[in-house]
Design a protein around this ligand. Structure first.
Ligand SMILES: NC(=O)c1ccc[n+]([C@@H]2O[C@H](COP(=O)([O-])OP(=O)(O)OC[C@H]3O[C@@H](n4cnc5c(N)ncnc54)[C@H](OP(=O)(O)O)[C@@H]3O)[C@@H](O)[C@H]2O)c1
Length: 261
């Protein structure tokens, strides 16, 4: 299976490039629809894995047009090439739901612009091609990777900060990005549709952070950030397709082993 990865030097894309024998796409931020078609025609992939995006929520709020182009227009141009496409979405589409969760794929309520754009991308991509795979990813972490801009994440924050606040009530999956990458070949073969794609977590954010602090004997001081909306996902639909993730704590243990921390 020949795979084309967009954003091959990004946080997720670079780990996918490590895990798969894939071709990296050139930057798409200035590309027209014709440019995108030409890039795909030249690469002749069986599957496109699209990770390029503006994924920072405040950046999207401040630059709505750029967010719309990156998070809706470019992915739809990729789907229109007719090649099977795997698009990354986000657990943020659950940010405004009233219930406690864990949330299945059916109910959504985006509470910020980034999430609204991701949801529009999902719906329009499936209208264009029912074969498209949409992966709703949770917050991902890893140690820094040589040559890749180091994105702040849960693990790095825990290692570097003196004091952090996490909610003692919020439940949210946090996922080891190398597990995300390791599951990508299977994800590329999923039937079209939307999938919650990441680690499940029954601990609160504060409990999760306390677990990691104790495990590594970290000096970081943890405080309660107060009530926050749950973002935890139910990944049963993905498991039915025989694709699964470790729980958040088991994923963290695996990461600590991988880096001999
Ligand atoms: N990181 C997380 O915790 C997280 C959580 C949930 C969902 N996601 C989703 O997972 C996917 C990958 O996220 P990531 O953390 O790997 O993202 P990232 O590292 O912030 O960005 C990935 C790539 O996007 C491209 N890019 C940046 N600005 C762009 C723009 N204006 N137009 C087009 N492309 C642009 C860049 O590639 P080039 O240099 O090739 O242009 C960049 O390397 C995204 O769809 C994101 O929304 C991420």
């Amino acid at each position: 299976m020949k795979i084309l990865v967009t954003g091959p030097k990004g946080f997720v894309g670079s780990r996918i490039m490590d895990a798969l024998h894939a071709v990296g796409a050139p930057p798409l931020r200035e590309a027209s629809e014709d440019d995108i078609r030409r890039i795909v025609d030249e690469a002749e992939p069986d599957v496109i894995i699209h990770t390029a995006a503006i994924s920072d929520i405040p950046t999207c709020e401040q630059n709505p047009e750029a967010s719309y182009r990156a998070n809706v227009i470019i992915p739809l141009a990729l789907v229109r090439t007719g090649v099977k496409t795997v698009l990354f979405s986000s657990d943020q589409v659950y940010g405004g739901l009233r219930g406690d969760g864990p949330y299945g794929e059916g109910e959504t309520a985006p509470a910020n612009l980034y999430a609204r754009h991701k949801l529009e991308m999902e719906n329009r991509a499936l209208e264009l091609s029912s074969d498209t795979v949409l992966l709703r990813a949770a917050w991902m972490y890893d140690m820094p990777r040589y040559g890749v801009r180091n994105r702040r994440n849960f693990l790095m924050n825990m290692l570097l900060e003196k004091e952090l606040a996490f909610s003692a009530t919020q439940r949210r999956g946090i996922t080891y990005v190398r597990e995300v990458a390791g599951n990508m070949r299977a994800a590329a073969s999923l039937p079209g549709g939307v999938y919650n794609y990441g680690s499940e977590n029954t601990l609160t954010m504060l409990e999760t952070a306390q677990w990691l602090k104790d495990e590594l004997g970290l000096p970081v001081r943890l405080t309660d950030a107060g009530p926050r909306h749950n973002l935890w996902m139910d990944c049963a639909k993905l498991r039915e397709q025989r694709v699964s993730f470790r729980s958040t704590v088991e994923g963290l243990k695996r990461c600590l082993e991988d880096y001999a921390l």
